[in-house]
Write a protein that binds this ligand. Structure first.
Ligand SMILES: [Cu+2]
Length: 324
């Protein structure tokens, strides 16, 4: 227990009270810098608090004691020392931090590229073959380049085990990269408050052993062919973030519930009524702003160009099953 409390003590790579396990090539350098700053802060905290206590006791007001006369003078060597020593310390911190920063923002040339889309309140990862997943799957010990953008507000991609955090801004692409050194699942979260369900904007980075990643990707990409339409539709509904805004239990969320929506009579904001058929569902997905459901805000992002026709078809098949 005690060694887990001591910052930087042996075994830091398994994680301790301060830091989760080191699971990427960048993590050891980040931790070294963290502990360096941590121990400097701890040293000066102790020095200042101890001196303050000693002086308070030693120079407290006592009967018969005469206050010393103030002498306006100064001590040149002392003033140089307390200027130059902190200056050197901050130079070292800057040097170490800048070196790590350059490393973290400069991806190697041969990196495997994955597109990241952040959207309230879901992560979507697009692989080179076009497959989209709700978790980030990567091969072990391989540089992975993330090209990240947001559909709505600012989010932040944060994987504590990798010591990796980078903002994701709508309308531009931010890049980061990592090389995972530990197999298994690592938590991924949004580190920029992005609205109501920000705290549920979670996913995992799944690091596969050699060969396992290719197998996973081939298998996962095949879901449209493998699953019955309604089940494939349920998967698209979950992985593309529809479930973040649409409930299945009849309760309105950010958007209307999907329970029994198919075939129902929908009132739009401009006072019209229509029956929710296949064409209406399709239009709602591709052009959500075309007709706004009464009582809701026009906040649904368009999925035009983001969903294949087959995916929209299975989504409709799935939404139909919710009316049975
Ligand atoms: Cu977010």
């Amino acid at each position: 227990m005690f060694e887990r409390l001591i910052a930087g003590a042996g075994g830091a790579s398994d994680g301790n009270v301060w830091m989760p396990p080191q699971s990427s090539t960048a993590a050891p350098a980040v931790d070294r810098l963290f502990y360096f700053i941590f121990w400097i802060s701890a040293f000066f905290f102790a020095l200042i608090v101890i001196l303050a206590i000693v002086f308070v006791i030693r120079y407290r007001k006592r009967a018969g004691r005469v206050a010393p006369v103030e002498v306006p003078t100064h001590n040149t060597p002392l003033e140089i020392a307390w200027t130059v020593i902190p200056l050197l310390i901050v130079f070292v911190i800057f040097y170490l931090g800048f070196k790590i920063f350059l490393d973290v923002v400069t991806p190697p040339k041969n990196a495997y590229e994955v597109q990241v889309t952040a959207q309230r309140w879901k992560w979507m990862f697009t692989y080179p073959n076009g497959h989209v997943d709700e978790n980030l799957h990567v091969p072990l010990d391989t540089p992975v380049l993330l090209v990240m953008t947001s559909e709505d507000v600012i989010h932040s991609f944060f994987v504590p085990d990798f010591r990796l955090k980078r903002d994701i801004v709508p309308g531009r692409y931010n890049k980061t990269w990592f090389r995972a050194t530990q197999e298994g699942a690592h938590d991924l979260m949004c580190a920029e408050y992005c609205g109501t369900s920000h705290s549920t904007m979670l996913a995992q980075v799944v690091v596969h052993p050699p060969g396992g990643f290719e197998k996973w990707l081939a298998e996962a990409s095949n879901f449209l062919a493998k699953l019955p339409p309604a089940e494939a539709g349920a998967q698209v509904f979950r992985t593309r973030g529809c479930a973040q805004c649409h409930s299945l239990d009849g309760k309105a969320n950010v958007g209307p519930t999907m329970q029994a929506v198919f075939g129902s009579s929908v009132s739009t904001r401009d006072g019209k009524r229509l029956v929710a058929d296949e064409n209406y569902i399709r239009e709602s997905i591709i052009d959500p702003q075309a007709r706004i459901v009464a009582g809701f805000d026009p906040v649904m992002p368009t999925y035009k160009g983001r969903l294949k026709d087959e995916e929209i078809t299975v989504l409709i098949a799935y939404i139909k099953t919710l009316s049975n």
